[in-house]
Design a protein around this ligand. Structure first.
Ligand code: ADP
Ligand SMILES: O=C(O)[C@@H](O)C(=O)COP(=O)(O)O
Length: 417
């Protein structure tokens, strides 16, 4: 294994897997820290954690355990993947995990770059944009778990870390990898270890990847990985043969716990023409609905039914105010975990899950350990083979076009979308 990656959620990890696979690496995504060695042919291993919204100390401990396992697999470089919308609280986990990994690796210059231009995320003057909106006006300011109310990534990260934050401006990145490296050294000399890097285009990300060829630790969204495979290829370290992929026939079900604007639009579009069942937070909290009852409903429908808790920000806020943010989230996620297990036990072979925390619960509920990353359904969302009879898609809340669910159902069967 060459590149060792730690993802702070499951959709994010598969997004990273997608970037690395498209750039020609053989990628496996692991569900938590494995207790056995990796297969010999894995070139990039991604340990997917569910550490985005857990207490800081737990996120640090789990990330260090993942790092230790990846080091044991012989990795030469490490990447910490978080969300392209920098999902974290001001007291949150990205900074402390990055600092702990940097300490463990003795890393002096650590890039921090959530940019992912293919999905509209760019970083300019240290500020994160989603398309033409600042992060704090993009819808992310009402995220159920990590409301992003400040678009200045340097300031947000500064709340989280013990050290100081440096900056690599776009004007530097655009001058190429050598000038970028010189700026990184200057930031290091000024005492900054975590360096927020601007990136507006894929070319900027490739430049940053080239500039980071010798760095032990890189952090960011999946975009920051774009330039890394080429560094390994240029050193003659990558195998030329891509791994094969086949689709999966059989029953399909869609589960959606994401409340993002994009997912709610996808839910509305899909529900217009397909069997769809909404589950409310109150039904989950009161126990009025069970996973088995929902599985029975889904299995009785034709086509690929959708079960969703996705709701408007006001509805979510109301449930959280009455029951507590974490309690509601935990109960809904537990329902999705039980539901996923019941569906797969009953013969479902294609499962699509929308939402990072939701997908973590789904994959956890299925008791999976290693996932093969396949072709892309939409930017940031690959198909994933979980076993010889189960194919998954783990969709980030914000990703995919309005017809994502129908497209995923078709592509996962092996049909053209
Ligand atoms: N109706 C609802 N009320 C309150 N919380 C909800 C509701 N539906 C989903 N949630 C919770 O909101 C969170 C959504 O996060 P996630 O699945 O990561 O989606 P995203 O990818 O959009 O961030 C989950 O913890 C989920 O359980
Ligand atoms: O970087 C991204 O935007 C995604 O890969 C990601 O991390 C997904 O997180 P969710 O939006 O919570 O699904």
């Amino acid at each position: 294994m060459l590149l060792g990656c730690i993802g702070d959620d499951f959709t994010g990890s598969s997004d990273l897997g997608n970037t690395l696979t498209k750039a020609g690496m053989r990628v496996t995504q692991y569900v938590g820290v494995p207790d056995a060695p990796a297969a010999d042919d894995v070139e990039a291993g991604i340990v997917a954690l569910k550490s985005r919204s857990i207490p800081v100390a737990d996120a640090v401990a789990q990330s260090l355990a993942a790092l230790a396992w990846l080091r044991d697999q012989g990795c030469r470089q490490f990447l910490f993947k978080y969300c392209s919308t920098f999902d974290s609280l001001p007291t949150g986990n990205i900074g402390p995990v990055a600092e702990a990994l940097a300490d463990a690796l003795d890393a002096r210059q650590v890039l921090v770059c959530p940019a992912f231009p293919a999905t509209g995320r760019s970083v300019y003057q240290g500020h994160l944009f989603v398309a033409d909106r600042l992060l704090s006006e993009s819808g992310m300011q009402t995220h159920p778990l990590t409301p992003m109310t400040d678009p200045d990534i340097r300031r947000w990260l500064g709340h989280q870390i013990t050290g100081t934050v440096g900056h690599i401006p776009a004007q530097v990145v655009m001058q190429g990898a050598d000038i970028t490296r010189i700026r990184m050294l200057a930031e290091d000399a000024a005492g900054h270890r975590l360096l927020v890097a601007d990136a507006i285009t894929d070319d900027d990300l490739v430049t940053l990847g080239r500039a980071a060829a010798d760095l032990p630790l890189i952090t960011g969204g999946s975009g920051i990985a774009m330039g890394l495979p080429e560094n390994f290829r240029a050193s003659g370290l990558l195998s030329a043969t891509p791994s094969g992929w086949t689709g999966q026939a059989g029953p399909a079900v869609i589960l959606s716990g994401s409340c993002s604007d994009a997912t709610r639009a996808q839910v509305a579009r899909y529900a217009d023409h397909n069997a769809a069942r909404e589950v409310t937070a109150d039904q989950v909290m009161s126990g009025a609905i069970t996973a088995q009852a929902l599985a029975d409903w889904a299995l009785g429908q034709g086509g690929a039914p959708l079960i969703y808790t996705s709701a408007d920000p006001a509805v979510v806020a109301d449930a959280q105010a009455r029951c507590g943010r974490e309690v509601v989230a935990t109960r809904i996620e537990a329902l999705f975990a039980d539901l996923a297990r019941a569906l797969v036990d009953a013969g479902v072979t294609r499962l699509i899950s929308a939402g990072g925390e939701t997908s973590g619960a789904v994959v956890g509920g299925l008791g999976l350990s290693a996932l093969q990353i396949g072709p892309e359904i939409a930017p940031g969302v690959p198909m994933i083979r979980a076993s010889d009879r189960l194919v998954l898609a783990l969709k980030s809340g914000n990703f995919g076009g309005p017809d994502f669910f129908a497209r995923a159902v078709a592509m996962m069967e092996g049909a053209d979308a």
